[in-house]
Design a protein around this ligand. Structure first.
Ligand code: FE2
Ligand code: FE2
Length: 168
């Protein structure tokens, strides 16, 4: 196998790995229909962002997707924080701080996008492609937050549900 083939194989493997990280599935369920539906909608958008990045589409196409992502994420974080406050989640302050940090990162990306023009010819699927910062943000959200911090409140929601239903 030539170095070139080996490298392209490695890149394909990387893409396979990233593809599986941004796919919503039952393993990510927090067992709350409202939150699960919101997470799923955000992950669906993430799959589109992944395609943008891989295909190296320009900034003008990315901008509306990122605006939509920001709208969904802002509404979702507010909903989630309200719910966690209602159930008296003990780790709410840290959870909220993570949300704020993610929102700051997203705001920085949108500010940068506002300054970029549509003539960018960076290589598709590379760290230089305009979609990469959005992709990296999405991985922070999915792998860095949902799979750890969001799944961590699942037992609290289950306890409250059992209590309300009288099965605890
Ligand atoms: Fe969260
Ligand atoms: Fe969440």
């Amino acid at each position: 196998m030539s170095t070139r083939d080996a490298l392209s194989g490695r890149v394909q493997l990387q893409h396979l790995a990233i593809g599986s990280l941004i796919q919503w599935g039952d393993h990510l369920s927090v067992d709350h229909p409202g939150i699960d539906a919101q997470h799923r909608a955000i992950f669906d958008l993430g799959a589109g962002i992944y395609d943008h990045w891989r295909e190296g589409r320009g900034i003008d196409e990315l901008r509306p997707t990122v605006d939509r992502l920001a709208g969904l994420i802002e509404a979702h974080f507010a909903y989630e924080e309200r719910l966690l406050a209602e159930v008296g989640y003990a780790d709410l302050a840290r959870h909220r701080a993570e949300h704020h940090s993610l929102l700051d990162d997203l705001a920085a990306i949108r500010e940068r996008f506002a300054r970029l023009t549509g003539n960018d010819v960076s290589p598709a699927g590379s760290l230089l492609a305009p979609g990469w910062p959005v992709m990296r943000f999405f991985l922070e959200f999915s792998v860095g937050h949902v799979t750890s911090s969001d799944l961590a409140y699942r037992p609290t929601l289950a306890e409250i549900r059992d209590y309300v239903q009288g099965t605890a």
